[in-house]
Write a new protein. Structure first.
Length: 457
């Protein structure tokens, strides 16, 4: 177990709180979960008393294939850490006691998140949480603390997940039939669901800000206050699962996929800033930006193509990148310019950068790790910052983010910087993840092909 005894806020639970609630029967189930390559929570539901009597002292384990499968949980070739030849052994779930929280939307249930280790105690370096932890350590060695917030959009439908599956995801009815961006009336229509998500996530220890409508039909966003980068990533993963579970309880379904249809996609804008170890500001703002801030931005831009795979990990991710879509194509920065990949916003203590490249399907640990790795690289190498882009970045001559998963895969795999900053084990592992997805997509016959070809070709 990671010995972090202090909870993150008063709504999180201490070990003593959890013991007491299990003792009185208020809690009877503990979910032990980690976040996998695809950004999903995986793990076990344990009886509360078993968790107290056994797992708190001795831990628990799971099959190491959980970091070597595709989205359908199929075992696939190409991963160094797990295979039939190696026997698909176990890895340890290393409990982080600072992450104990109630799940108020589920009766009698608490959750604790964990890291992953091999049976001999070595960390599983390919684990998304471990990759981010390594970059947090690098930042700390340089005297920095990283803070971040993620803005995650979803599209809500008036159907159950089971009905959506059975219909082949065709002709689903969105919960709003028109653009409800900032519309109070549009959010009122689904307020029972939004209200439960807000209140349940707050009770589960998240610092929720509010909800607003977005542009696509049925599209909404629930926002959360910025926090330490690991806390933000942990909460992001839990929130996605909670939102889906709560939607299901309301007889609805929601999706975070990057591009559901030809209209606006689901983004996940990531806001990030640095503080000194004593909490003082590092970045500054506007013309008073610090050299450290400029170097950090320059590092983000310099590594953007190499790290796009970690911002946009799926075939579908690349459908967002279109001119005039509010999803960026140009690798550029600007002040409050939503056409750029990196947008600078905020004043004083709220001065921060916004990475507009990731979509709703992003793994938050990997994206935040990539941002920290790139930014720290810029600081270490004292990379100069190019002038800001003024105007429409879509019409500029700036280099573009990769336009396909294959292009991003090759940029990541061949990147000297990625291998230097993240290590060969991580680069090879996530290159193989991309290869698996590309092979699966290449073998699929799509509805588009059937409509164009069945009769007319």
């Amino acid at each position: 177990m990671i010995e972090k005894m202090s909870p993150r806020n008063r709504r999180m639970l201490t070990v003593e709180d959890l013991r007491g609630r299990i003792g009185t029967g208020e809690v009877d189930t503990v979910v032990v979960a980690f976040t996998d390559m695809q950004g999903r929570l995986q793990g076990k539901r344990l009886h509360g008393q078993y968790f107290v009597d056994v797992v708190l002292g001795h831990g628990t384990e799971g099959c190491n294939y959980l970091l070597a499968v595709d989205i359908d949980m199929n075992t696939v070739d190409g991963y160094a850490i797990s295979s039939w030849e190696q026997g698909y052994g176990d890895m340890e779930f290393v409990i982080d006691l600072a992450t104990i929280r109630l799940l108020p939307h589920l009766p009698g249930t608490a959750m604790v998140q964990c890291d992953l280790a091999w049976p001999d105690g070595r960390p599983v370096v390919q684990s998304p949480r471990a990759i981010l932890a390594r970059e947090v350590e690098r930042a700390a060695e340089a005297g920095f603390v990283a803070l971040a917030g993620t803005e995650l959009e979803f599209i809500l439908f008036d159907t159950t997940y089971e009905e959506a599956w059975s219909s082949g995801y065709r002709d689903l009815q969105p919960s709003n039939q028109y653009n409800v961006d900032y519309s109070i009336l549009g959010t009122s229509r689904v307020e029972p669901l939004l209200r439960e998500i807000r209140n349940a996530t707050y009770a589960a220890g998240m610092n929720v800000e509010g909800a607003k409508g977005e542009c696509n039909f049925g599209q909404h966003e629930v926002g959360f206050l910025y926090d330490d980068v690991v806390v933000t990533a942990d909460n992001h993963a839990v929130y996605k699962t909670m939102a889906k579970e709560i939607a299901s309880r309301h007889g609805k379904a929601l999706t975070f996929m990057a591009k559901y249809n030809e209209r606006e996609g689901n983004s996940c804008h990531i806001h990030l800033s640095l503080r000194a170890a004593d909490g003082t500001l590092v970045f500054g703002e506007g013309a008073d930006r610090s050299p450290t801030y400029d170097h950090f931005i320059a590092g983000l831009l310099a590594t953007m193509r190499d790290f796009t795979l970690l911002y946009a990990p799926n075939v579908n991710s690349y459908k967002r990148f279109a001119a005039g879509s509010f999803a960026p194509t140009a690798i550029a920065w600007g002040f409050d310019n939503r056409t750029c990949a990196i947008r600078l916003v905020g004043t004083g203590a709220s001065a921060r950068l916004e990475n507009r490249v990731p979509g709703g399907d992003v793994n938050p640990y990997l994206a935040l790790a990539a941002m920290l790795a790139g930014g720290l690289h810029g600081i270490e190498e004292r990379l100069p910052l190019e002038p800001q882009l003024v105007g429409n970045a879509y019409a500029s001559d700036k280099p573009h983010v990769p336009s396909t998963l294959l292009e991003a895969r090759n940029a990541f795999h061949e990147s000297v910087v990625a291998r230097k900053l993240l290590g060969d084990e991580v680069v090879d592992h996530y290159t193989n993840m991309a290869d698996v997805e590309l092979a699966a997509f290449g073998a699929a016959v799509t509805d588009w092909e059937l409509r164009r070809s069945f009769e007319r070709m």
